[in-house]
Design a protein around this ligand. Sequence first.
Ligand code: FRU
Length: 497
Amino acid sequence: MKRNFKHLLSLAFVAIGATALAQTQDNNRYQEQYRPQVHFSPREHWINDPNGMVYYNGTYHLFYQYYPGGTTWGPMHWGHAQSKDLMHWKEMPIALYPDSLGYIFSGSAVADIHNTSGFGKNGRIPLVAIFTHHDPKGEKSGRNDFQNQSIAYSLDEGKTWTKYAGNPVLKNTGIRDFRDPKVMWFEPQKKWIMTLATQDHITFFSSPDLKHWKQESEFGKQLGAHGGVWECPDLFPLKVDGKTYWVLVVNLNPGGPNGGSATQYFIGTFDGHGFAAVDEKTRWLDYGPDEYAGVTWSNTGDRKIFLGWMSNWAYANLVPTEKWRNAMTIPRDLSLKQVNGEVLLASLPVLELNGIKEPAKSVVLNKAGTFTGRGLLKLSTVSLSDYRVTLSNSLEEELVIGYDKKARQYYIDRTKAGNTAFQKDFKGRFFAPRFSSSQSSDLTLVIDAASIELFADQGLTTMTAIFFPDKPFDHVKVESKDRLKDLKLSGLNAIWK
Ligand code: FRU
């Protein structure tokens, strides 16, 4: 009896201890080493591409390729998070689970305002997700038609989803890589347009109701970069100087400008049937190694907000985090700019970032100062000469970002930025051209615990890179021979409460 009581007592202590431990661990969530503090990352497990991004009734929905069974890529689900301000995210229950038709690969979501699908009930507007069903059995057996497009709808603003009984709605015609449908409403012809990645080109389809699809045209076999498979496309109009152009975004893996996966884009026209590019140049939306699968939110009117996965297929499964793996970029506003007779796409962090910004502090040029390890650094120059921003820690690890006037290039150097051993190509110095020909320049850096995003010349040159220092970078030094017009660093409040 006595022994039993003691035993019970010790069990109770173990239980109390375990609860206390669980609580501490819980409080430590989002505090782990390398945990992004101003970027979306899942509480735990693996993520890749952003999916189904739709703005509806004041809420930004972000779905994403998610494997809840581990921290490496696995049978794909759609995870779900939502935000009112594009900064603070609330993770929601998993939206879509794999089923007899396969894993749930990438795709998009739309607000079917006219209820063309007929899924709406009692005046409730359906959100419709259009995604790729990837059948792993078909793939293993060597078939070519294991990727098909399916749909699902939600009548409660994305909380729960019902898959359409008639899936798949667009059947594969025998192309191994036949995926990642991005759907938009084409108002002039009152129809839906699907932009689909079909191996080494894009195929456009149209539909009156999201259920019946007809092929319209193909684009890109002979254009753009072809170092790898085309994936995750997007198509949308943007205006510059009163003129509308269509932007076709095409992600590519591998074959990016700095190795591995990256996002290219084309500027052109679209008439509801086909896309024609204005020229034959290959252009990159982000030159860094770590922005991939980026696409835009739907239903945001004239505003186009872009979000990418902040990793690279070359090492996404190997980066040294334990509870979760991979994060998203900062959301970016896209715009077109006329530069030396060319129309280029520019990206800048969304203005909502200012909502988590602390008051800006001046930084003394050529002198190291301390900071919290995350922040928004802004500088502008009077004339343009070499400059360099170094983030470092007491272990003498450093990340160097700068401009090389002679080469007309921006660069990010992570060769000495901590742990680079997990994959041979991770260590590196990455370059991006300067497009602007203006005499002066400006630079915005979004610095987080394990990532840097560079936006130069009002976002004409953009680069994203991740890094894994053994201790957080808490020193920053800006060096330039010439004086700068402006140099400021603002802290950023952590988005996790
Ligand atoms: C791009 C991608 C998509 C695919 C998904 C699978 O990163 O390969 O083409 O739908 O990831 O997770």
